[in-house]
Design a protein around this ligand. Structure first.
Ligand SMILES: C[S@@+](CC[C@H](N)C(=O)[O-])C[C@H]1O[C@@H](n2cnc3c(N)ncnc32)[C@H](O)[C@@H]1O
Length: 298
């Protein structure tokens, strides 16, 4: 899926291709909860976008959140960071004020970095399937020390399916087999330990609760309808990505996988089927300390 499994690099084209579907899938309710949280904090509101890629997440959120906003865009890919900063510089907060943008070229293995200073909201999109259980524990502990709220969107849940023209699931035995191979491939180490893949939403929920957070979750699936010319390219790229991952996972089954791929690709192109990909959004908020109740957050 235009990603190298070993070092977790993503192409700009892939991120651009998914951005519209991401925007349509996100939970409005959880974005509003993040906005409500920020209204209790003293400005400027310092936020980070972890694994920001080309800035799709921060650009989407900025105009829906109060300000003034200071964003720390963090990624290990210097080219994507440049794109992210350029795009965020032309976006405003919910009242149209310009954003204060910092870029941090940084490997997220190191969570002890200076970019935590003053952070009130930690954001990330399409990142946590790449992370490991140990990494999540370190990450949540760092959020709790900072008493920051967290908005983590578009975390895959492992439930993708072909859907017919009525939107009903139409999977067969081979689809289930490819899905199992793909989900196993997602567990490979992407640079932050053995990857959580589709387990990420439940692990995040449990670890945030252990740290005294209140957690809200909402489904945010991509719905790519059958016969929709606007989403056919994304649906086709997904099926290609599932093939590549499944072939890497089980090279001996290459022929059967190619057969499956040809069949599903043709059906997509003919508008017979579309694709649904399950994601979950999560908002986690630190419970107010007894002494802090009623006070404004700083
Ligand atoms: C699937 S992309 C999502 C990008 C963006 N958040 C979005 O929603 O469009 C994952 C991003 O995480 C970044 N990433 C992956 N592993 C990383 C690491 N160890 N340190 C820093 N960034 C990392 C990648 O470079 C990529 O930009």
């Amino acid at each position: 899926m235009n990603v190298s499994a070993r070092d977790s690099r993503f192409t700009f084209d892939w991120l651009a291709l998914r951005e519209r579907a991401d925007g349509q899938a996100r939970s409005w309710r959880l974005t509003r909860l993040a906005a409500d949280f920020l209204r209790q904090c003293d400005p400027p509101l310092t936020m980070v976008d972890l694994g920001c890629g080309a800035g799709g997440n921060s650009c989407y959120l900025a105009s829906r959140l109060p300000g003034p906003q200071r964003w720390r865009l963090i990624d290990h890919d210097a080219d994507l960071l440049v794109q992210a900063a350029q795009r965020c510089r032309v976006v405003g907060d919910s009242e149209g004020r310009a954003l204060d943008i910092e870029t941090w070229l940084h490997d997220l293995n190191d969570l002890g970095a200076a970019w935590w200073k003053g952070v009130v909201l930690v954001c990330a999109s399409a990142l946590f399937d790449l992370t490991s259980r140990d990494w999540v524990k370190r990450f949540v502990a760092a959020c709790a020390r900072q008493r920051a709220a967290v908005l983590l969107t578009l975390n895959v849940d492992g439930h993708w399916a072909f859907i017919d023209r009525r939107g009903l699931v139409d999977d067969d035995e081979d689809d289930a087999w490819v899905k199992a191979l793909f989900n196993a491939h997602q567990r490979r180490d992407k640079g932050l330990g053995v990857a959580l893949g589709s387990e990420a939403p439940t692990v995040l929920r449990d670890v945030f609760i252990e740290h005294g957070y209140e957690v809200e979750m909402a489904p945010s699936p991509w719905q790519l309808p059958a016969g929709d010319p606007d989403t056919l390219e994304l649906a086709s790229a997904l099926v290609d990505g599932w093939l590549d991952a499944a072939c890497e996972q089980e090279p001996a089954s290459r022929m059967r996988l190619a057969d499956w791929h040809g069949r599903r690709r043709t059906a997509l192109a003919r508008g017979k089927f579309g694709v649904r990909v399950g994601h979950v959004d999560l908002f986690a908020c630190p419970r107010p300390r007894q002494s802090m109740q009623g006070e404004k957050r700083t």
